[in-house]
Structure formats: C-alpha cells, structure tokens
Design a protein around this ligand. Structure first.
Ligand SMILES: C[S@@+](CC[C@H](N)C(=O)[O-])C[C@H]1O[C@@H](n2cnc3c(N)ncnc32)[C@H](O)[C@@H]1O
Length: 139
C-alpha cells in the first residue's frame, strides 16, 4: 500500500488524536453515562428465575449509552425509572404523578442504602456529590 501524502496526513492526525489521555477520557464518559441493561421479566415465574440468575451470576444483557437518557440526573428519591421491555430500547416509567415542569430524575444506585453509603458510592463510582433533596435532608 503506497504511502501517499494523504495517508501520511491521516496517520499523523489520528496518532495525534488517539492518545492515551483521549482513550481514558472516552472510557470515563462511557463509564459515567452507560446503563446496565437488565430485561424485565414478563411473568412472575420469569421474574423469580431472573432474580435467581441475578444473584448467582452477572445477569446484565449488556451496557448501552443512550442519547436522551444520558441527560437524566440522579435522585435518591427518583420520580422515574428506566426499564427495558424486550430489547435494548429504553423506556422511561413514572414512579408517581409528575408535575408539569418537574425535572425527570432517575436513580443511578440502590436507593435503599443510608445517606453515607449512597454519597460514597456516587462519589467513588460516578464522581459527584449528590445534592438531591433526600441527601440534603440527611435521610
Ligand atoms: C449522566 S450525567 C447527567 C446529565 C448531566 N447533568 C449533564 O448535564 O450532562 C451525570 C452527571 O450529572 C451530575 N449529576 C447528576 N445527578 C446529580 C445529583 N443528584 N447531584 C449532583 N450532581 C448530579 C453529575 O455531574 C454527574 O456526573
């Protein structure tokens, strides 16, 4: 394959862009914005067997980064929840009545933990100090 001026230019451009820092930055963005996909069971029996699988091994179908859901902020008392029905298509489900203009928020972690554990996991795993109403109230 001949090394044309164009090819050399492209090579220099990509090696300048694809640095170790660039790669780490991309991985960090994926890590913070990706959703773990776990398919919702369609029956009670499916729910039980999927729970068994979840406990005994890693049951995630995969991870995905979505355009819109990646903008949802976290709340330890969320008003919505993301579900996957039969595919990797994400659906947003309301957990209670939502007022017009109210921000849609999801929970990134297990909300049943106490405030200190939640803050630690959000800081270590997601890199931010949670300032949701529940955390601010110390609950
Ligand atoms: C997946 S992004 C959510 C969208 C982000 N706010 C934006 O404008 O692109 C996650 C980031 O949003 C911020 N964030 C989300 N929920 C938060 C919360 N409850 N308290 C403080 N910062 C939060 C943090 O900086 C976190 O790393």
């Amino acid at each position: 394959m001949a090394l044309t001026r164009k090819r050399i230019g492209l090579y220099l451009m990509t090696t300048a862009v694809l640095t170790r820092e660039w790669y780490i930055n991309v991985l960090a963005r994926i890590r913070i914005n990706a959703f773990r996909i776990e398919l919702v069971a369609s029956s009670y029996e499916d729910l039980l067997s999927s729970a068994v699988v979840s406990v005994s091994c890693d049951a995630a179908v995969g991870n995905a980064v979505y355009m819109l859901p990646s903008f949802y902020n976290h709340d330890c008392d969320p008003n919505t929840h993301i579900v996957w029905l039969a595919s990797a298509d994400a659906r947003l489900k309301a957990l209670r009545n939502i007022e017009e203009g109210e921000e849609l928020r999801i929970c990134y972690i297990d909300a049943s933990m106490d405030v200190d554990a939640r803050q630690r996991i959000l800081a270590d795993g997601f890199g931010f100090e949670c300032r949701c109403q529940r955390c601010l109230s110390g609950d």
